[in-house]
Design a protein around this ligand. Structure first.
Ligand code: GTQ
Ligand code: FE2
Length: 366
């Protein structure tokens, strides 16, 4: 690896001269780079993320995942039939954003993906289908449409499909963050999920997923949410209630016509995992969100309905299963046609923890 210094010739820069050239060659030889030629790029007035706004269509992802199902086995080594969204601004890396991995994972009928654990935090979100159980530290957790499921770091996990139908879902992990920080550990578990029981509710939900009730046996704050699955019926009811309260003239919605809930760790009230925030948003028909920019990046997936997502200079019509990426500090506006439901995840907890979070909300778009 070499370094190469390019004089910028801007304000505060030295005049070109043979002596300066010689100094710069001396820097390069010693692997040194001066701040003054890099400052515009390294210290911009506002974030200038490498990631760019982009969308991936469910209609394009699903047939490719199905084809991968025909051609690519699931088992030890490759571990998962997961296909990652690669942000076009990130040089071909399998990263949706500089911190977040987003992938479609696919299991054929009766398939069983081996157990492993890693320090990366992971979740699943199910846009359609059912029949897969993910077994997290020995606890079998059903995956169904609308559910949000956690696999926090260093928890063993494997997935298996007990049904005669294939199933595809969204995986979100902090793989890029962990990779760039050099903090990744990984360990194999059993080659197959051995507990193929298929309970309706996991032990984790039975202990923790009762509204406003925590077991008195567990009063310490936990780094990860102990709830393995946030069920659609609860998310849906919370959003419907926010909009009903708005109808009745009571507070609760995030902004007019826009209900939103955040998945939380019941032991702290904070985010579900240290690096990942997850939310669900519902817009009434014909609603535009305020235009928001935020430090940190996010990935959105339409759960149901259609609308328009405007991300910076880009604008797309989006519908069920479609995904789009919002890079750091790029303004986002979402507009619904009919009622529109969206799942969202972001790396915001990282920035909040570092006191580097910022949000700017502009007036409603349009
Ligand atoms: O399901 O365990 O998309 O370990 C990437 C890495 C899924 C998983 C991914 C993983 C998994
Ligand atoms: Fe994994």
């Amino acid at each position: 690896m070499t370094v190469s210094i390019t004089p910028t010739g801007g304000p505060g820069q030295p005049d070109p001269s043979p002596e300066l050239d010689e100094l710069y060659r001396g820097f390069e030889k010693e692997l040194l780079v001066p701040l003054w030629t890099e400052i515009g790029d390294l210290m911009p007035a506002e974030p200038r993320p490498a990631a760019v706004p982009h969308t991936w269509r469910w209609d394009a992802l699903l047939p490719l995942a199905e084809r991968a199902g025909d051609l690519v086995p699931v088992g030890r080594g490759g571990e998962r039939r997961a296909i990652a969204l690669a942000n076009p601004g990130l040089g071909g890396a399998p990263y949706a954003t500089p911190t977040l991995w987003a992938a479609i994972q696919y299991l054929r009928p009766r398939e069983n993906a081996p157990e492993h654990r890693h320090t990366q935090n992971a979740f699943r979100f199910v846009v359609e289908g059912e029949g897969v159980w993910t077994v997290v530290n020995g606890d079998p957790v059903a995956m169904r449409r609308g559910d949000f499921l956690l696999t926090p770091g260093w928890h063993f996990h494997g997935h298996h499909n007990i049904s005669d139908e294939p199933m595809a879902w969204l995986d979100g992990l902090d793989i890029p963050f962990s990779h760039s920080m050099g903090s990744t550990f990984f360990e194999f578990g059993p080659d197959r999920v051995s507990d193929t029981s298929a309970p309706d509710r996991s032990r984790s939900e039975r202990l923790w997923a009762h509204p406003g009730l925590r077991p008195v046996s567990h009063t310490e704050p936990l780094p990860n949410s102990p709830i393995a699955a946030y069920r659609w019926e609860h998310t849906d009811a919370a959003l419907a209630d926010q909009l009903a309260l708005e109808d009745e003239g009571h507070p609760g919605v995030l902004e007019p016509g826009h209900a939103a809930v955040r998945f939380t760790n019941p032991s702290t009230g904070g985010d579900v995992m240290p690096t990942i925030r997850a939310e669900f948003h519902r817009l009434r028909a014909g609603t535009a969100t305020a235009t928001r920019r935020e430090v940190g990046s996010s990935v959105w997936q339409v759960f149901q309905g259609t609308g328009t997502a405007r991300v910076g200079e880009r604008e797309w019509r989006v519908g069920r299963g479609d995904l789009f990426v919002v890079p750091s500090w790029v303004p986002l506006t979402v507009t619904s046609d009919g009622e529109l439901d969206l799942f969202r995840f972001s790396d915001t907890p990282i920035f909040e923890r570092l006191n580097a979070d910022r949000v700017h909300v502009e007036g409603p778009h349009q």
